[in-house]
Design a protein around this ligand. Structure first.
Ligand code: FMN
Length: 175
């Protein structure tokens, strides 16, 4: 089957990251994006896409979501050099303020060393937490879109829409 220009890969234990994936897909034209759950699609499929969106929630005090954890080493076998990659993360800044979105930070660092061109950094404004591994050195930006459906569900749609508009300036899409 012909691949879409963008591949979105996510892992999700209680469906929030999955719901966000569907919302992100709706921001783009029909057929612009294939959406895949890494629980049932091998991460090696990433190699077929030049443009990727990766969705990852943080679990258990700063840990990777279980499907990402299961396939963590497989990601090293995918050649990401020259690919345009954007990340989004789900977390709970009130319940887990010392580990907010940590897993997105670990995934960012992993794809960065593999030569991906990362886009879609997101301002750290309007969030309240103590620590996060998903922040730039100056702490001004998250490494990708920061979503908190536990506490700020009402802001999710707008955040997704703003972020996707920004991604459209980086991604190449058929006109
Ligand atoms: C047991 C448990 C541990 C969690 N640990 C963290 C954490 O360390 N950091 C964080 O930002 N969010 C944490 N969360 C919040 C989840 O990331 C959040 O609920 C997210 O929306 C789950 O996404 P998913 O349904 O796609 O798996 C935790 C949630 C639970 C229930």
């Amino acid at each position: 089957m012909k691949k879409a220009p963008i591949g979105l890969f996510y892992g999700s234990s209680t469906c929030y990251t999955e719901m966000a994936a569907e919302k992100i897909q709706r921001q783009f034209d029909n057929g612009a994006m294939d959406v895949m759950n890494i629980a049932d699609t091998p991460v090696s499929e990433m190699q077929h896409y030049q443009q990727l969106i990766l969705g990852i929630p943080t679990w258990d005090y700063g840990e990777l979501q279980e499907d990402w954890e299961d396939h963590w080493d497989d990601i090293d076998t995918v050649d990401l050099s020259g690919k345009t990659v954007a990340l989004y993360g789900l977390g709970d800044q009130v319940g887990y303020p010392e580990w907010f979105l940590d897993a997105m930070g670990y995934l960012h660092n992993k794809v960065l060393v593999q030569g991906a061109n990362i886009v879609g950094y997101w301002p750290n404004k309007g969030y309240e937490f103590t620590e996060s591994q998903a922040l730039t050195e100056d702490k001004q930006y998250f490494f990708g879109l920061a979503l908190d459906d536990e506490n700020e569900f009402d802001q999710t749609d707008e955040r997704i829409s703003t972020w996707c508009n920004e991604l459209k300036t980086h991604f190449t899409l058929p006109s």
